[in-house]
Design a protein around this ligand. Sequence first.
Ligand code: PAF
Length: 285
Amino acid sequence: MSSARPLFVLNRACEMREVSDACRKAGKKLGFVPTMGALHRGHVSLLEESVRRAEVTVASIFVNPTQFGPGEDFDRYERDYEGDIKKLKGCGVDYLFYPDISDIYPDGFGTTVSVGNLGDCLCGPFRPGHFNGVATVVLKLFNIVRPDFAVFGRKDYQQLKIIQKMVRDFNMDIEIVEMPIVREPDGLAMSSRNAYLSADQRTKAAEVNKALSEVAKKFRSGCDDCKILLAEADMVLRMAQINDIDYTEIRDPETLELRQRAVKGDLVALAVRLGNTRLIDNRVL
Ligand code: PAF
């Protein structure tokens, strides 16, 4: 993972726009990976995909306050600028857009995106306002960076579907590239929030993916009753003493409508809490 390409850091939206305009004029394909930093192997897979597809790759790091609710982890969200820079350089990213909060939300900022029904289920009720905050900042970043495509991971599956819908609903000329979840050797989905876990919580956290695997196994054995399928997940979680469960659900992978009977391709998603850390994971049946 080493690259001879230089990484330029841009702090101002106007500088970013100039770079993007120049790329457009030169007919260069521009790929974009928006992040909140604390980059891990999951992010690296997104960055590498962009570098593979595009002549110029822009990554952004912006810990977006509007997607955190009161009492959530905005203040303690992992920040690792030096480490992130090394990873970005290693992937061959060309530009880091690293704006100040006042550049994204200047005084008087007031217009926001309301994401509609895709935001009302799964994590939505547990994190009021979260997806509106995500969609608002992503729309702003898209307008500043103006990429040909942007890369998102399936780990944040609901976010991915909301962004795809926003792009369709607003007729935005940006391709959304989806990338698979990257996991630790024991199956835990990569997340910046894994850093919060104590050793004991980290051991338990591996059971989250096992819960999803048990649902898939039962489905493959011929069961399509969602209650019975989800009881498998519940059993694995309870056995691991993961009792703080926000949801375990099976939904249509595009509309996110709740299923009673599962079909191939459906989404199994769950969210649990280990102490103060909220973990989400999913898999497609
Ligand atoms: O997935 C994330 O890291 C964030 O939600 C995103 C898309 C960068 C918006 O702040």
